[in-house]
Design a protein around this ligand. Structure first.
Ligand SMILES: [Zn+2]
Length: 259
């Protein structure tokens, strides 16, 4: 059993699957992927996903506004995040966070949005899904001030340093790794994977983006989380089964703490 802890089901091209999301998910289920966390990138996408999840008992949702928004919409009100966040299928708030790599100009917008997401997550006692790129100190400092240590969250698609991973774990956060760990030029990141204990780790695809080797250049799909978990197993020198079991357990602990 394995879970895709971060994908964008409303952004997938379904033409290879008779335009059926269920068919695409079925391909993943056949490979042992039993659960999908679909992450909203703006309020419309979040609403769409809440609607979609009503048809799929194995899909849960996170609601939020991605830090990289070309048009920089109005920063969501905390009340809007709370309202969406209360839906039954919603297990997290985000993705939110800071990105200096692709868009340093909007960093003030990003920070205010990030803080509002953290406040909403804290009030709902739900974990937060954080995107962070080349904003290590700023991300950590906002998390230290505003994150709820108990409901915590995850730094998703992690590509930063071991020091940042360590500091995030001190805040009770998890680290989620994507297909990037299979990329040839990612040897520094593989060293981070080696050091992060499996007990603090999640795996994800971030589909439709970032397809892992050997699918690079194609659309990424939730089924390829299998390739990510295999890569973690190889890097750590442990079995695929152990990676699947422990990361699935971590997913349950983080997103379904009462179960
Ligand atoms: Zn994402």
């Amino acid at each position: 059993m394995l879970v895709d802890s971060h994908c964008h089901l409303d952004h997938l091209d379904l033409s290879d699957y008779h335009n059926s999301l269920n068919d695409l998910l079925q391909a993943a289920r056949k490979r042992g992927v039993s659960h999908f966390l679909s992450v909203g990138v703006d309020l419309d996408s979040s609403r769409k996903l809440i609607e979609l999840a009503t048809d799929y008992p194995d899909v849960n949702v996170s609601v939020g506004v991605h830090p990289l928004q070309k048009l920089r919409p109005t920063i969501p009100e905390i009340s809007e995040l709370l309202e969406l966040g209360r839906h039954q299928s919603v297990v997290a708030i985000g993705e939110t966070g800071l990105d200096n790599y692709y868009d340093s100009e909007s960093i003030a917008w990003q920070k205010e949005s990030f803080i509002r997401h953290l406040k909403a997550a804290s009030e709902l006692a739900k974990p937060v899904i954080v995107h962070t790129r080349e904003a290590r100190e700023e991300t950590l400092s906002i998390l230290r001030t505003h994150a709820n240590k108990e409901s915590s969250g995850v730094l998703h698609c992690f590509t930063e340093t071991w020091e940042m991973a360590r500091d995030a774990m001190e805040l009770n956060f998890y680290l989620s790794f994507s297909g990037i760990i299979t990329f040839r030029n990612a040897s520094a990141l593989r060293e981070v994977v080696k050091k992060v204990p499996l007990e603090r780790m999640l795996v994800e695809t971030d589909a439709p983006w970032l397809a892992p080797v050997p699918h690079r250049g194609k659309q990424n799909e939730p089924q390829f989380v299998v390739e990510v978990a295999k890569a973690v197993a190889e890097i750590k020198g442990i079995s695929y089964e152990e990676v699947a079991e422990v990361t699935t357990q971590n997913f349950q602990t983080l997103f379904f703490p009462s179960r």
